[in-house]
Design a protein around this ligand. Structure first.
Ligand code: GRF
Length: 206
């Protein structure tokens, strides 16, 4: 599995992937780490693991499409076949999705379809749910709206702060993301064409 990982910041999910590859728990190679932020901590993590990195700032492109075309070019040059959005804070356009059809994966810190968008952990606390969690899903044109591949639940505790809840969800993110990628590396995805008006059905082949 030839992976490209897109980040904007801390890169702890990237680290989980790099560790799993190093420990042979994930049969994959990270071909390229791309960040839209020059100061992203994840870039250091990649460099430490000997993985090539590139920074492309979206601010240097006139529109989303031209930014995405540049991302695609770099990823394809690096031999990337599957893309993981791991804390990448940009919405990707069809220019990007068409280059990697059904091969762009996102990790989100809530049980979708609840709490899409930014700061899902704070949204969950504010709503008052007793259970939240994380979701690994295929990316489509919507925000956190693509077909769900895997989810893990995390209990919300009575006096949880946003950061306490986020930390417990993050632990599950690291596990779930690596396990899902490993399942895909071995079995791939089964994708059924949707009936009219329905969502496409995607499942992990085990
Ligand atoms: C994670 O919570 C992920 O679910 C969300 O952004 C955060 C990225 O964290 N999409 P990190 O950069 O992987 O540490």
């Amino acid at each position: 599995m030839d992976l490209g990982v897109l980040i904007s910041g801390r890169g702890s999910n990237l680290q989980a992937i790099l560790d799993a590859v190093a420990d042979k728990r994930l049969d994959a190679r990270v071909r390229l780490v791309l960040s839209n932020k020059a100061k992203a901590q994840g870039l250091e993590r990649a460099a430490e693991a000997g993985v090539p990195t590139t920074v492309l700032s979206h601010l240097e492109f006139p529109d989303r499409e031209s930014f995405d075309a540049a991302l695609v070019e770099r990823l394809q040059q690096a031999g990337v076949e599957w893309v993981v959005l791991a804390g990448f804070m940009r919405i990707v356009t069809p220019v990007f999705l068409d280059a990697f059809p059904n091969r762009v994966i996102n990790i989100h810190p809530s049980l979708l379809p609840s709490f899409p968008g930014v700061d899902a952990q704070a949204q969950a606390l504010a709503y008052g749910v007793r259970v939240s969690g994380c979701t690994v899903h295929l990316v489509n044109e919507g925000v956190d709206a693509g077909p769900i591949l895997a989810q893990a639940a995390v209990a919300v505790r009575q006096h949880d702060t946003r950061d306490e809840l986020a930390a417990r969800i993050l632990q599950e993110e690291h596990r779930l993301l690596v396990e899902t990628l490993q399942t895909i590396a071995h079995g791939g995805l089964a994708i059924e064409a949707p009936a009219e008006g329905e969502r496409p059905r995607v499942r992990l082949r085990r």
